[in-house]
Design a protein around this ligand. Structure first.
Ligand code: ADP
Ligand code: ADP
Length: 227
């Protein structure tokens, strides 16, 4: 479990992005952070993998303060997916994914096998393996981003508006695939979106943030609707 405990983030210019936020994020479920642009969703996500340090409060992973382990160890346990996939433009699709197992010490061949397996897992035709990112549609690129995030087999996936840049039909497919992947692999997913429909569809629990970085509600989607 990830526990966010009374966390405040004040940027150097004085902006309070997150204000005394406390959340318990359960294992093996999808927790969605939703709210309008600027309400502190990305900042919260980045504090979980220490790309941003809280000004006050602490974040615990399985009971241990995340500052107590080396940041690289922490990040290896957390895949990160962003809006435009963040792929290496000069590497093929297979290499974009295989890079991760290579970095973790697998042989070239093992890494490529793992990458091919992950392409199938996220619904990508392996015929795309030799293409470059620009030769893929937006939806396909996002699938590569998800495959790469899964490549180290991290228990946690942090996802920042991963499906916002694709058209509605593809977005729905990606959402359905994420639900399937989550069910099959049992990942702990923290998913950021500004789209309440997406939050309700994907979230096991939904944290609604409001401008100023305050938590407005934290509940399963069904209870949210009745509130
Ligand atoms: P969201 O993801 O909900 O759009 P963010 O976490 O990106 O929100 O931003 C929350 C607030 O913090 C916004 O007012 C934003 O302008 C501000 N902010 C984000 N990053 C920085 C930064 N590096 N320096 C100063 N203010 C920032
Ligand atoms: P989407 O509706 O998901 O955005 P696109 O219309 O962008 O899909 O792409 C449709 C198909 O065309 C995809 O299979 C994609 O791989 C292929 N494609 C798109 N751009 C290129 C390109 N520059 N070179 C080769 N194939 C491409």
């Amino acid at each position: 479990m990830i526990r966010i405990d009374a966390v405040t983030k004040r940027y150097p210019d004085g902006t309070v992005a997150v204000d005394r936020l406390s959340l318990e994020i359960p294992d093996r479920a999808i927790t969605v952070l939703v709210g309008p642009s600027g309400c502190g969703k990305t900042t919260t996500l980045r504090m979980i993998n220490r790309m941003v340090e809280p000004t006050e409060g602490s974040i615990l992973l399985d009971g241990q303060d995340i500052r107590q382990q080396p940041v690289n160890t922490l990040r290896r346990s957390m895949g990160y997916v962003i809006q435009n996939a963040g792929l290496f433009p000069h590497r093929t699709i297979l290499d974009n994914i295989a890079t991760v197992p290579r970095l973790l010490g697998r042989s070239r061949r093992q890494a490529r096998e793992r990458a091919a397996e992950l392409m199938e897992r996220v619904g990508l035709d392996t015929a795309l393996a030799k293409r470059y990112p620009y030769q893929l549609s937006g939806g396909q690129q996002q699938r590569v981003g998800v495959a790469r995030a899964l490549a180290a087999d991290p228990p946690v996936l942090l996802m920042d508006e991963p499906f916002s840049a694709v058209d509605p039909v593809v977005r729905k497919q990606l959402q359905d695939e994420l639900l399937r992947i989550q069910e099959e692999l049992g990942k702990t997913i923290v998913f950021v979106t500004h789209d309440i429909d997406e939050a309700i569809k994907l979230g096991t629990r939904v944290a609604v943030l409001r401008t100023g970085g305050r938590l407005a509600q934290y509940a399963p989607p069904a209870e949210l609707l009745s509130a």
